[in-house]
Design a protein around this ligand. Structure first.
Ligand SMILES: Nc1ncnc2c1ncn2[C@@H]1O[C@H](COP(=O)(O)OP(=O)(O)OP(=O)(O)O)[C@@H](O)[C@H]1O
Ligand SMILES: [Mg+2]
Length: 322
C-alpha cells in the first residue's frame, strides 16, 4: 500500500425519487459521504442494511447519478465524465456484485460474459487474442479455460462469483468495488473467494472498496474501514484500531454485536436500542442521536462533521469517547 490516493469522494449525495401510497418522496440514500481510497489498499465499507453502501458503490461508477459532491479518480472528475471518458472510467473502476447469477445473462456463454467489457470497448485486436485473454482471465480466477463454453446454470455459486470477478478484472482495472461479493455464498466457499480476491489484489495491484455488513469478512480483507450510518460515514480508521478501539457510539454498538470469544475484548457501555429513523423523515441533528446512549441536546440540533480524532482516524460525533 502506498500513501497515494487513487479515488477521492467528497460530500457525495445521491437520492432516489420513490412513490409511496400515491405520494412522491425523495430518499436520500447517500447524504454527504466523504472518503478516500489509497493505491493498493482494501477499504472496507460497513454498516447495516439500507444505510447506503450499495448506492455509494453505484455512484462511483455512475450506475446512478449523484445529486452533488465530487468524485476524483486520478485527476478525472467522475461525476462530470461522459462519452469516451465515462467508458474509459468504467474499464478502470469495476464492480463485483453480490449475486453473480442475477448479473450474468443465462443465455450467454461464460466466455462471452467475461469478454463483455472488452467487446463493448473494442479492445481485442483479433479473435485469437480475445480467446486467449478469456482463457487467461479464467485461469486467473481459478477456473479451467473450458469454462468459456459453459453457461451460468451449469456452475456452482462459487464458480459463478469467480466468473463475476473475471468479468471485473478482464480490462485490467485499477479499482474494484466489491459489493457484498461473498454474502450469497456458503460459508465454506466464502473463504475461497476472499482468498482469491486477496491474491488478485496482490498480483494485479488493485485498490478495492469492499462493501459488506459482515464484520468478520471486513476484518479479514480490509486494511482500513469506513463505518456508514444513514447515508453518512461516521468513523474511519485502520481495521485493527476500529475493531479493538472503536470511537463512535455506533461503531461501538456494531462491534459489540459481534460475539467475541475473549471477554477482555468485549466492549463495555455499548448500549443500543431501537431502529434507525425512517429514510423518509430524517432528524435535524445527528442521525444516530435517537439510538445513542451519549445523546445531548447538541446532538439533536447539530449534525456532527467527520473530523480527525487522532492520527489516521476520523469520527463524526459531538461526544467522542476516548
Ligand atoms: N433504485 C432505488 N430506488 C429507490 N430507493 C432506493 C434505490 N436503491 C436504494 N434505495 C434506497 O436507498 C437506501 C439505501 O440503499 P442501499 O441499497 O444503498 O443500502 P445498502 O447499505 O447497500 O443496504 P444492504 O446492506 O441491504 O445492501 C435505502 O433506503 C433503499 O431503500
Ligand atoms: Mg447493498
Amino acid at each position: 500500500m502506498t500513501e497515494t490516493t487513487i479515488l477521492t469522494v467528497s460530500d457525495l449525495k445521491t437520492s432516489f425519487k420513490v412513490k409511496r401510497a400515491g405520494r412522491k418522496y425523495r430518499v436520500q440514500a447517500v447524504d454527504g459521504v466523504s472518503l478516500s481510497l489509497r493505491e493498493g489498499e482494501v477499504l472496507g465499507l460497513v454498516g447495516e442494511s439500507g444505510c447506503g453502501k450499495t448506492t455509494v458503490g453505484r455512484s462511483l461508477v455512475r450506475l446512478v447519478q449523484p445529486d452533488s459532491g465530487a468524485i476524483d479518480f486520478k485527476g478525472t472528475d467522475v461525476i462530470a465524465a461522459g462519452g469516451a471518458s465515462l467508458r474509459s472510467l468504467r474499464l478502470s473502476i469495476r464492480m463485483v456484485f453480490q449475486d453473480p447469477f442475477a448479473s450474468l445473462n443465462p443465455r450467454r456463454s461464460i466466455g462471452d460474459s467475461v469478454a463483455e467489457a472488452g467487446d463493448i470497448n473494442d479492445v481485442f485486436k483479433s479473435r485469437s487474442e480475445r480467446t486467449a485473454l478469456i482463457a487467461q482471465t479464467l485461469v486467473a480466477v481459478g477456473l479451467d479455460p473450458s469454462f468459456a463454453e459453459r453457461h451460468p446454470h451449469e456452475l456452482s455459486g462459487g464458480q459463478r462469483q469467480r466468473v463475476g470477478i473475471a468479468r471485473a478484472i478482464l480490462p485490467r482495472p485499477a479499482v474494484i468495488i466489491a459489493d457484498e461479493p461473498v454474502s450469497a455464498l456458503d460459508v465454506s466457499v466464502q473463504a475461497q473467494v476472499l482468498n482469491l480476491l486477496m491474491d488478485l489484489r496482490e498480483q494485479l495491484k488493485l485498490s478495492m472498496l469492499f462493501i459488506s455488513h459482515d464484520l468478520g469478512v471486513i476484518e479479514r480483507i480490509s486494511d482500513r474501514v469506513a463505518v456508514m450510518y444513514m447515508g453518512r460515514i461516521v468513523e474511519t480508521a485502520d481495521t485493527r484500531t476500529i475493531i479493538d478501539r472503536p470511537l463512535h457510539p455506533y461503531t461501538r454498538a456494531l462491534m459489540a454485536a459481534v460475539p467475541k470469544p475473549d471477554p477482555s475484548k468485549r466492549i463495555a457501555g455499548a448500549i443500543e436500542t431501537g431502529e434507525p429513523p425512517s429514510q423518509f423523515s430524517r432528524p435535524s441533528g445527528c442521525t444516530y442521536a435517537a439510538r445513542c446512549p451519549l445523546r445531548t441536546d447538541r446532538c439533536l440540533a447539530e449534525v456532527p462533521e467527520l473530523r480527525a480524532s487522532g492520527p489516521e482516524r476520523m469520527a463524526a460525533c459531538h461526544n467522542l469517547m476516548n
